[in-house]
Design a protein around this ligand. Structure first.
Ligand code: IDP
Ligand code: MG
Length: 141
């Protein structure tokens, strides 16, 4: 399995507050190349499928409401060791625990509205990229 891509979403809270530019700057400065990108809006079905692993969690319904509340930016990013490096760049799920300089420390408002998604494994990076983009859109990869 290749380990040089990861999948990300700039979540509705961050898009709404005008943080797309600031977040993309951080991503570029950290040396990630954007392979695919779009502004889109998730349907409830699509968000539920994407977060299926959290189906049984108490926060699942709120998560789906939040992720479908407005547009998101989804993107596929390329860098050596992309998954691990990107998780470091975005910081802890809970922004109160995120390190200084991380995207969640800078831009997230709470553990639920936490500004950005990053894949948690190489396998999921590929699954999530293909879930959001078709073959033509992944032409750079
Ligand atoms: P991650 O996004 O850092 O990988 P996950 O545990 O995979 O975190 O959770 C997915 C998303 O669900 C989080 O990014 C956040 O938006 C939401 N979430 C996770 N834990 C909680 C919680 O305890 N309360 C509310 N929302 C949560
Ligand atoms: Mg996760």
């Amino acid at each position: 399995m290749k380990n040089n891509i990861t999948f990300t979403m700039i979540k509705p809270d961050a898009v709404e507050k005008g943080y797309i530019g600031g977040i993309l700057n951080k991503i570029n400065e950290a040396g990630f190349k954007i392979i695919a990108m779009k502004l889109t809006k998730l349907t409830k079905d699509k968000a539920s499928e994407f977060y299926k692993i959290h189906e049984e969690k108490p926060f699942f319904n709120d998560l789906i409401e939040y992720m479908t509340s407005g547009p998101i930016v989804s993107a596929v990013l390329n860098k050596e060791n992309a998954v691990e490096n990107f998780r470091k760049l975005i910081g802890s799920t809970n922004p109160e625990e995120a390190e200084e300089g991380t995207i969640r420390k800078l831009y997230a408002e709470s553990i639920s509205a936490n500004a950005i998604h990053g894949s948690d494994s190489n396998e999921n990076a590929l699954i999530e990229s293909k879930f959001h983009f078709n073959e033509n859109e992944l032409f750079n990869y």
